[in-house]
Write a protein that binds this ligand. Sequence first.
Ligand code: KIV
Length: 264
Amino acid sequence: MKKIRVPDIIKMKSEKVKIPVLTAYSRAMARILDSSGIPVILVGDSAGMVEAGYPTTLPVTVEEMIYHTAAVTRACVSALVISDMPFMSYQVSVEEAVRNAGRLVKEGGAEAVKVEGGVKRAQVIKAVCNAEIPVMGHIGLTPQSVNRLGGYRVQGKDKLEAERLICDARAVEEAGAFSIVLEGIPAELAGSITSLLSIPTIGIGAGPHCDGQVLVLNDMLGLGGITPRFVKRYANLDEAIRSAVLEYKKDVEQGKFPSREHCY
Ligand code: KIV
C-alpha cells in the first residue's frame, strides 16, 4: 500500500476526493484502520476521555500523547498519522510549543501535529511549521476551551461568531497549516469556510460540505458512552464484546474452557 503523505492530503482537496479520517489510540485499532485504507489517523487527545476516563481532555499530558502516538505509528504502513498537542503543551510559549511538537514527532513518530485555536494560535502554527513539522488546525468547538466556552456547544450560530470563525480559519491557513478541523459548527458556515480555504477542511459535527470527515473511533464503533447527534454508529462493539465476555465467563464457570483442543 502507498504511503500517504501531507501533499497527498492537500491534493485530495484539489481533486475533489473526500478525506475519511478516524481517531485511533492503540496498535490493535490502528492496524485495522491502516489496512482498511483510512488515509489519515488522528491520535486525538480524546484518548483522555474515551480510553483513560478523564471527564475532559484537559488532563492529558505530552507523555500520554507520545505513548498513544507511538503505539499507532508502529502499526501503520500507509496512513498519515497526526498527533494532538494536549492542553498546555503549546499555550505557554512558542518555544515550548515547538519543543513539544518535536517530541511528538521524535518520540511518538507522528508525521504532523494538531493545534486547537485560530487567530490566537497563528504564531505557534507558524513556528511549528518553520520547524518542518506539518500542522493541522482545529477551530469551532475546541474541547480544550471547554471552561471558557461553558460546555460543548455548537459555535458560529450568530453572524458575529460566524465572522470570527472565518477570521480564525483564514489565520490558520495563512500561518501555514496544511489542513483544518471544523468542529461543532453549522453546516452552511462549514461549507463557506471550505470554499474560502485552499487547504482541506475536516468536519466533525460540521455537516457534509467539508473536504473530509473525522469521527472518534470509539463513538462510531459503539464502544461505550453516549452518542452525540453528529455521530453515526457503524457497529455496536459494546454488545459484541459483552456477549463474548459473558460466553467466556460461562465456559470457565462450567469447566468448558479450556477443552482438549486448547491443551498441550
Ligand atoms: O481529540 C480528538 O479526537 C479530536 C477530533 C475529534 C477532531 O480533536
